[in-house]
Ligand binder design. Structure first.
Ligand SMILES: NC(=O)c1ccc[n+]([C@@H]2O[C@H](COP(=O)([O-])OP(=O)(O)OC[C@H]3O[C@@H](n4cnc5c(N)ncnc54)[C@H](O)[C@@H]3O)[C@@H](O)[C@H]2O)c1
Ligand SMILES: C[N+](C)(C)CC=O
Length: 488
């Protein structure tokens, strides 16, 4: 049974409870892990608090902290195959995708390892004679970090690396259904020699362990990645002590194709946008908007190619898309298929479970495309988080922008056109944290990631991702102190 990591020790749950982890491709048991609860979360919080308040970590120079973070990058690269196989068996995503994730993850640690000693503060030109002024950044303190099941280690890396680089201590809680790579990276963090109490790993349900982190008066920052409704609970709980908050929430991301787009590339990338990782991607291009004159030919080509997508085992290198993460999640996406039919959308392909015998044990769903969709529909407005694409038409550039922005979300979106001036005009009007022009999906350590509106608060990655884990302090020195005689 795999344990939790608290104060430098691998420990079982206080209750002795465990949870079985299954492979979504065949529902086979793949691991037995400790199932923590509020008691374990509190032990981890106490360890992180003590390590921050009494330990040496936050006084370690940035250059030394950076070396720890760079060492973790090195260890991740050393064990990337094992980590990728764990990610695939845990999530169902293809091994190719998992290996790409591991490369991204190592790069995130490398990026923040290099950034750890680059902000030594700023001297300010004080307007007051005989004084000196500087602005410094300091670690926030104890950070609670909560991650989702779709990119388990990638989303953990986006939190762990900057938090450590900035000198914080932390408690990380992965999704209870996909903990394996977060457990493994914690082993690597221990191997890298990070002092005890600095990094703590708790496992278990969000309602117990996650909630405890969010509502704790001893936690100074909560960083959450997950669904909009859970994010609302976390934000509410975090208010108890006005802790800093970072929220990376859902998306319903418009993929806007103008008539002058590169047809073949736009079709190919529209598939990539929605069916990569079976659509279980926060920034999936689940909402396709096609200019009227191109619409029918584009949809015909897209449907024909979508029917060819090969579903299967993530370890089979001919597989293009894996299962959904769980029985419950597949049922949730299937409910949206029923909603789409009831709302009058036209089902052009998919919409049901595959019949192939070798796919019956997994949580598979055929790649699905609905056309004749309207912006007011629930399947257009709500995050379906599966292999479900809605297609809408538009006539003018202004209509495209209006439709794309007609959403409570604002995470990401794309524009396809050969007219770069038009792309820039549309990009400047889209209310979302990332806009791709003639591409879909790229993200990397150097550029900030996050959402407008209900897609979240704050940014991960980039220098902004490090700043989120710091407090800003102004230090003012009177260089010639004397009585003021303000009061006689
Ligand atoms: N914006 C991004 O960068 C990004 C990235 C990945 C996933 N996501 C979003 O994550 C969602 C899918 O992930 P999910 O199903 O794991 O999300 P979820 O909200 O169900 O769970 C996310 C995490 O929150 C925990 N949790 C659950 N209830 C909690 C509570 N009351 N208090 C504290 N923690 C609690 C869970 O245990 C899990 O670790 C989608 O909406 C997706 O868009 C967003
Ligand atoms: C990896 N990312 C954040 C782009 C999409 C996650 O769902």
């Amino acid at each position: 049974m795999t344990k939790m990591y608290i104060n430098g020790q691998w420990v079982a749950a206080a209750s002795g409870d465990t949870r079985t982890i299954i492979n979504p491709f065949n529902q086979e048991s793949i691991a037995e892990v400790a199932e923590g609860n509020e008691t374990d979360a509190q032990l981890a919080i106490d360890a992180a608090r003590k390590a921050f308040d009494e330990g040496s970590w936050r006084h370690v120079p940035g250059s030394e902290r950076g070396k720890f973070v760079l060492k973790i990058a090195e260890l991740i690269e050393r064990d990337q195959q094992e980590l990728a196989e764990l990610e695939t068996i845990d999530t169902g995503k293809t091994l190719t995708e998992s290996l790409a994730d591991m490369a991204d993850i190592a790069e995130v640690f490398r990026y923040y390892g290099g950034l750890a000693d680059k902000d030594g503060g700023e001297v300010i030109e004080s307007p007051i004679p005989e004084s000196r002024s500087k602005v410094v950044r300091e670690p926030v303190g104890v950070c609670g970090q909560i991650t989702p099941w779709n990119y388990p280690l990638l989303q953990a890396a986006w939190k762990l690396a900057p938090a450590l680089a900035a000198g914080n201590t932390l408690i990380i809680k992965p999704s209870e259904i996909t903990p394996l790579t977060t457990i493994k990276v914690t082993e690597l963090i221990e191997e890298a020699g990070v002092p005890e109490g600095v990094v703590n790993l708790v496992l278990g349900s969000g309602a117990k362990t996650g909630q405890t982190l969010a509502e704790s008066h001893s936690v100074d920052l909560i960083s959450f990645t997950g669904g909009i409704e859970t994010g609302r609970k976390v934000m509410t709980a975090a208010a108890v002590n006005f802790k800093k908050i970072a929220l990376e929430l859902g998306g319903k991301n418009p993929n806007v194709v103008f008539a002058d787009a590169d047809f073949e590339t736009a079709v190919d990338q529209a598939m990539n946008a929605i069916f990569f990782h079976s659509g279980q991607v926060c920034s999936a291009g689940a909402r396709l908007l096609v200019q009227d004159s191109l619409h029918d030919d584009f949809v015909e080509a897209l449907v024909a190619r979508t029917k060819q997508i090969k579903l299967g085992n993530g370890f089979d290198d001919t597989t293009q898309s894996g299962p959904l993460i769980s029985k419950e999640h597949r049922e949730k996406v299937e409910q949206y298929i029923e909603i789409g039919l009831a709302e009058g959308a036209d089902l052009r392909t998919g919409g049901k479970r595959p019949q192939a015998t070798d796919l019956q044990a997994g949580f598979f769903l055929e790649p699905t495309i609905f056309t004749n969709c309207q912006s007011s529909m629930r399947i257009v407005q709500e995050e379906t988080f599966g292999p479900l694409l809605t297609v809408e038409r538009f006539s003018t550039e202004n209509e495209a922008v209006q439709l794309a922005n007609d959403s409570k979300y604002g995470l990401a979106g794309a524009v396809w056109t050969k007219d770069i001036r038009k792309a820039e005009r549309v990009s400047s009007e889209l209310r979302m944290g990332t806009v791709w022009i003639n591409d879909f999906h790229p993200y990397f350590a150097q550029a900030p990631w996050g959402g407008y509106k209900s897609s979240g608060i704050g940014r991960e990655l980039g220098k902004q991702g490090l700043e989120e884990y710091t407090e800003v302090k102004h230090v003012f020195e009177n260089t010639n102190p004397a009585p003021l005689h303000w009061f006689n």
